[in-house]
Design a protein around this ligand. Structure first.
Ligand SMILES: [Ca+2]
Length: 484
């Protein structure tokens, strides 16, 4: 076994909130396996995704870049995430995690949701992944009743998407798969991948569909859930992680495998269309929800587990998912491309416990391509707020100026604006915001951003599937109107 070439498994959940795991304070969801992994690994309290919604969060993580840098902003007129048949996707000019691991001759696999472009030009095999079993889009983008419920209007039925494709590499192997069993099938494919690649170094990116709605979960996980289908989905994530841990142990790979567990953005808990009673997610002590640049939308659980190499510890140092790409590169001994600027910082010494402090001490909160807030050290300044999207919606409609300063150490819930009492800190953070805008631009401020690169684009895009009333789909249409 080549100890200089550790295996890496990156587990990314979908919409799992900061407060959804037992080890992050959940009293409702049962996560004994993740809690144990957390107790025996590195737990971060201040870990950020690059965006508070799927597509830019994932694109930013895979490339080590703030989403505007890779052209992930507004896709077309309105879309803040990619939809089936979009002309946009992750440019193959960008260096992804898959490509970085390929440089070191790793086997690279993706199991689960991609969501950074569904056209053939943008699929995982074009981005350094040898193997892929999963969904090109989010699972609420299949044939499913979609009722938009807003407190201020009557329910509106939204148009159907084309049938949800399940892919094996670049081929569609099923349409409208049974969502209730999909996580088990993903887990089984992940085990097969590990088994096949056990004699060579591998990178596995496992991108779950839980706990994004609609939630379909096997009865087995629902039986003793204290949080409805939501708690059952979290339990299934815990179970799936347990299967991977056991598989590594059986193949004698556990001491040579780094596992990271996180989520792409915060929970939707608190949205008006999220019903009570069926179980809801939690962003714990944090304010804000998915789509929001308050902490709850974008600060996520992060566990790094590598028995014998990472000593158990908890840290409140800053780290972001953009830092994973350069950190992995350092761990496996490859150089990143030099032509294109990235935003990630190599944090391998911090991850391994060689230093107590993280090399990152600031973060820019971009949503679509407007800068909403900056953090440096313990201080966070909100410089913009959504103008019409309101508390709940994405800020597609624009922004308004604001000036809210929070001390995230004493006030992680962002409850007390201390801007008036700290004019000097406010001034310094406005200056920092301007530095980011000069490089990455700002839609709201009409600043173009010379550091932005174009998103991938194809002229003749179309959905991968088309509804055919005579075709025997696994599920003709998903039968809940939960989405988003
Ligand atoms: Ca998500």
């Amino acid at each position: 076994m080549d100890c200089n070439k550790p295996n890496v498994i990156l587990i990314n959940c979908d919409d799992l909130g900061y407060g959804d795991l037992g080890c992050y304070g959940s009293q409702l969801n049962k996560t004994p396996i993740l809690d144990k992994m957390c107790a025996n690994g590195l737990k971060l309290t201040d870990f950020y995704m690059p965006a508070p919604v799927c597509t830019p969060s994932r694109g930013g993580m895979l490339t080590g870049c703030y989403p505007p840098r890779i052209g992930f902003s507004l896709f077309g007129e309105r879309g803040h995430v990619l939809v089936p048949g979009s002309q946009y996707g992750l440019s193959t000019d960008e260096e992804t995690m898959g490509m970085v691991f390929k440089k070191a001759n790793y086997a690279t696999g993706l199991v689960g949701k991609w969501h950074v472009g569904d056209q053939p030009e943008f699929l995982p095999c074009r981005h350094g992944f040898d193997f892929w079993y999963g969904l090109p889009v989010v699972h609420d983008q299949g044939r499913q009743k979609r009722i938009l419920r807003r407190p201020d209007s009557d329910p509106i039925e939204l148009p159907y998407h084309p049938p949800l494709p399940l892919m094996l590499n670049d081929e569609i192997v099923e349409q409208q798969p049974d969502l209730r069993a999909l996580t088990e099938r993903f887990t089984s494919r992940a085990v097969e991948f590990i088994a096949e690649k056990r004699n060579e170094p591998f990178f596995l990116y496992f991108a779950h569909i839980y706990t994004h709605r609609p939630l379909y979960v096997q009865d087995e996980f629902q039986k003793d859930s204290q949080n409805g289908r939501y708690g059952a989905a979290v339990k299934c994530l815990d179970w799936s992680t347990g299967v991977l841990l056991e598989t590594l142990k059986r193949f004698g790979l556990d001491k040579n495998t780094l596992i990271i567990f996180t989520s792409d953005n915060g929970s939707r808990a608190g949205y008006p269309d999220v019903g009570e009673g069926e179980g809801i997610g939690s962003n714990g002590i944090l304010r804000g929800v998915k789509f929001s640049t308050y902490e709850g939308g974008i600060r996520l659980p992060f566990i790094a587990y590598w028995p014998g190499t990472i000593e158990p510890r908890e840290s409140s140092e800053l780290l972001t998912a953009m830092d994973l790409l350069p950190t992995f590169a350092r761990l496996i001994g490859v150089e990143l491309q030099k032509e294109r600027k990235i935003d990630g910082i190599d944090a391998s010494d911090f991850l391994l416990g060689k230093t107590e402090s993280s090399p990152r001490n600031e973060f820019a909160y971009y949503n679509v391509d407007t800068l909403f807030a900056v953090r440096k050290g313990k201080y966070k300044l909100h410089v913009a707020c959504p103008s019409l999207g309101g508390r709940f919606g994405p800020p597609d409609f624009g922004a308004a100026d604001t000036c809210e300063l929070y001390d995230l150490v004493f006030d992680p819930g962002e409850t007390r604006n201390i801007a008036d009492q700290n004019p000097e800190i406010v001034r310094r953070l406005f200056d920092l915001a301007d530095e980011y805008r000069k490089d990455l631009g700002d839609r709201f401020k009409n600043i173009p951003g010379p550091g932005k690169r174009p998103c991938g684009f194809v002229e003749n895009a179309r959905p991968l599937t088309e509804y055919d009333p005579t075709y025997p789909y696994f599920a003709a249409e998903y039968d809940t109107d939960e989405w988003g």
